[in-house]
Design a protein around this ligand. Sequence first.
Ligand code: SF4
Ligand SMILES: [Zn+2]
Length: 322
Amino acid sequence: MTARPLLARPQPGRHQGVLREREPDARGGLRAVATVFVTNHECPWRCVMCDLWRYTTTTATPPGAITAQLEAALGELAAGPGLPEALKVYNAGSFFDQRAIPPADLGPIARLVAPVGHLIVECHPALVGEDVDRFLGAREAARGPNHPPPTLEVAMGLECADDAVLARLEKGMTRADFAAASAALARRDVAVRAFVLIAPPFVAPAQRLETMRAAVRFALECGVAVVSLVPTRAGNGALDELARRGEFREPSLAEIEEHAEVALGEAAGHALVLVDLWDLERFAPCAACLCARRGRLDSLNLTQRAPRAVTCERCGAGSAAA
Ligand code: SF4
Ligand SMILES: [Zn+2]
């Protein structure tokens, strides 16, 4: 299903931005994390809910471009409060897609990220294979004499754990594929982060919560270290068309909060749960309580506990009738 609006696409000369945040670590503490959004060739898949293509190019990434973008981003980070403990190199696709990240860049990237403690990249399960080994080899070769190489984590889109829905999402992957890629990464001592959708299309609103719960359970069976909940957003053309047909509706902020609490309960003691807060205001009908409810989810992310629900006189949030 393709209904992409016509948009100007970026050039690979510059990264898309750098974001600093904090995340909990597996030891119960917090760590500084920075995300570098690099610009590269678009993902070869066309998942129905994805809008990441708008940050990508339509031609193969030239060798050296990603290295230069990362060098610039790390320079910006070092000029501020310093390098983070963990670095996400997110490329709106797959780090191990050779048209996005040329193999010639893997060695230089490994050298650039050597001072960082933990590296997180994104990848479609189908591309977990030899290039992961090549990068792990480059990481070993780049390690300093007195410094361990960064630990590696690969973030993969599970989205949901229902093969019929995955097929309709045109995900190019089944549950079994996700499980196999997770096992292949575990054999290489690489951690896995799973993206799980809140309110995927093709799932009736009454089934959404159970669909997400099943996805979290499946992710835990696959041994993931982190479940990252992503509220599904319209605006990519395809989802807008599905919304017109009644096969998709964006979640409300109340649903996002409920999903986060349920996921936290499922994953407690096994994996971290993080809710994507980007663009959260689009899900909030009430400006009066948005700030407090964003703060609540931010606190949930950092503490891995759900704070008391926010009450709001204007919209009735938190009251029995709401
Ligand atoms: S694999 Fe990921 S980046 Fe590629 S189209 Fe699907 S959701 Fe988007
Ligand atoms: Zn309100």
